[in-house]
Design a protein around this ligand. Structure first.
Ligand code: FAD
Ligand code: NAP
Length: 339
C-alpha cells in the first residue's frame, strides 16, 4: 500500500499557487498502487481527485477527497514501423520532458507541443494542443485503471472521443479513469507544421524539410518563454477560457456588428474565435480585481498577483464572462478543472 499523507498543503501542487488543503493524499507509481488505494477500507469510500502537475486546475478551497497524485514513471520506444515510431510514457512523466526525450533520440513529431507544463497522463484529458497540433493527431492508445472496478483498460483514439481541448475524460467519463500510460505515434517521414504566425518564418522549402525539428522546438520554447508568465514567478493555469466555436449563422450576425473580430473558419463550417481577443476588446488586459488579475501580455491568461484565493479568481472570471457576453453574446467556458 503506498504511503498516505494527511492534511496536505496543495498550494505547491497547483501552478496557480492557490490555497487549499487535502484531507488525504496518496502518490501512485503503478497500476497496483492505484488498486491498493481504491480497495483500502476507508480511503476506498472517499471521493477522489486525480492530480498530475496541477497546471490545469482551479482550487476553490480545501479538498475533502482522496487526492491521488499520479507519479507513474517510464519512457520507452516500443515499436519501429515503416511509417511511424510508437513511444510509451508513464502518466507521471513530465510532458515537456517526453518531448525533449523523443527529440534527443531522433524521434520528432511532438515539437509544436513543447513547453506545455504538466504530466503525460493529463495530456489526453484535454487533448492538449498548441501551434496547430493536437495530442489526438499523435495518439496511439492509453492504459487506465477504471476506478469503479479496479480493472486496467486500454482505450484507442476513437474511445477517447477527442475534441477541441476535450475528451471523454472531461465529459461522460470524468473522474472514472486514472490514466497510467500513454502511447504516441510519431509519423515517418517527419514534416514540420509551421502554419501559426509565430512559426511561419521558419519556412519549409520544396519536398524536403529545410528546417530541423530542434529548430521548431527551440522557436516554440523561445516564443512561449516570452509570451507566457512563468508559474514559478506569477501563478497561472495557462489559458483560462477555451476559444469559443460558433456556427456560421451566429458568426455572420456577429461579424456584421464587429468587423474586426479575430476568427478562424473550421473544416465543418463553424468558426473559432480567439477568446483572448474578445477579453482584450472588453478592456480587461492587464487589469486586476483584488489579488487576481489578467496578464498584461496575453488576456486569456488569468494570474495570481500573490495571495489570491480561488474564489477571487472565480469572481474575476465571472466578471470577464459577463462583459464578453454583454458585448458579443458569447459565453466563455473555463478550460481548467474547477475543484
Ligand atoms: P492537472 O492540472 O494535474 O490535471 C488536469 C485535469 O486532468 C484534472 O481534471 C485532473 O483530474 C485530470 N488528470 C490529471 N492526471 C490524470 C490522470 N493520470 N488520469 C486521469 N485524469 C488525470 N494546455 C494546452 O492544451 N496547450 C498549451 O499550450 C498549454 N499551455 C500552458 C501554459 C501554461 C503556462 C500553463 C500553466 C498551462 C498550460 N496548459 C496548456 C494547460 C496544462 O498545462 C495542460 O492541460 C496539462 O496537460 C495539464 O497537466 P497536469 O499534469 O498539470 O494536469
Ligand atoms: P497565438 O499564436 O497568438 O494565436 C491566438 C489565437 O488564434 C489562438 O487561440 C489560436 O488558436 C488562434 N490561431 C492562431 N493562428 C491560427 C491558425 N493559423 N489557425 C487556427 N487558429 C489560429 O496564440 P498564443 O496565445 O501565442 O498561443 C500559442 C499556442 O499555444 C496556441 O495554439 C494556444 O492554444 C497554445 N497555448 C495554450 C494554452 C492553454 O493553457 N491551453 C496556454 C498558452 C498557449 P488555438 O488556441 O486553437 O491554437
Amino acid at each position: 500500500m503506498p504511503l498516505i499523507e494527511n492534511n496536505v498543503d496543495l498550494q505547491p501542487y497547483n501552478t496557480f499557487g492557490l490555497p487549499g488543503r487535502a484531507s488525504r493524499l496518496v502518490r501512485v507509481r503503478s497500476e497496483d498502487d492505484v488498486r491498493s488505494a481504491i480497495a483500502h477500507p476507508e480511503l476506498g469510500r472517499m471521493p477522489r481527485f486525480i492530480l498530475g502537475g496541477g497546471s490545469n486546475v482551479m482550487l476553490t478551497g480545501d479538498v475533502d477527497a482522496l487526492v491521488v497524485k499520479v507519479e507513474v514513471p517510464g519512457l520507452k520506444l516500443v515499436e519501429t514501423r515503416e511509417d511511424e515510431w510508437i513511444v510509451e510514457a508513464g502518466a507521471g512523466e513530465s510532458w515537456h520532458g517526453l518531448v525533449e526525450w523523443t527529440l534527443a533520440r531522433g524521434l520528432p513529431g511532438l515539437e509544436n507541443l513543447a513547453f506545455i507544463p504538466g504530466t503525460v497522463g493529463a495530456a489526453p484529458v484535454q487533448n492538449i494542443g498548441a501551434y496547430g497540433l493536437e495530442l489526438s493527431e499523435r495518439f496511439e492508445s492509453l492504459d487506465a485503471v477504471e476506478l469503479a472496478s479496479g480493472l486496467t483498460r486500454t482505450l484507442d483514439r476513437e474511445e477517447c472521443r477527442f475534441g477541441y481541448r476535450d475528451s471523454i475524460f472531461k465529459g461522460d467519463a470524468a473522474g472514472s479513469f486514472l490514466i497510467t500510460r500513454v502511447r504516441l505515434r510519431l509519423p515517418r517521414p517527419w514534416r514540420p507544421l509551421l502554419g501559426y504566425p509565430d512559426l511561419s518564418t521558419l519556412k519549409e522549402q520544396g519536398a524536403t524539410p529545410s528546417v530541423a525539428p530542434t529548430e521548431v522546438f527551440d522557436r516554440v520554447c523561445t516564443v512561449r518563454r516570452a509570451k507566457l508568465p512563468d508559474p514559478a514567478v506569477l501563478g497561472n493555469a495557462g489559458s483560462f477560457f477555451k476559444n469559443p466555436v460558433i456556427c456560421a449563422r451566429q458568426f455572420s450576425a456577429l461579424i456584421e456588428r464587429e468587423p474586426a473580430i479575430v476568427h478562424y473558419p473550421l473544416p465543418g463550417g463553424d468558426y473559432k474565435l480567439a477568446a483572448g481577443w474578445l477579453i482584450e476588446a472588453c478592456g480587461w488586459k492587464g487589469r486586476n480585481m483584488g489579488r487576481a488579475g489578467v496578464h498584461d501580455r496575453q488576456a486569456l491568461v488569468l494570474v495570481n498577483r500573490g495571495g489570491a484565493s480561488g474564489r477571487a479568481v472565480m469572481d474575476l472570471a465571472a466578471a470577464i464572462q459577463q462583459s464578453v457576453f454583454e458585448r458579443f453574446a458569447i459565453r466563455l467556458e473555463p478550460e481548467p478543472t474547477v475543484f
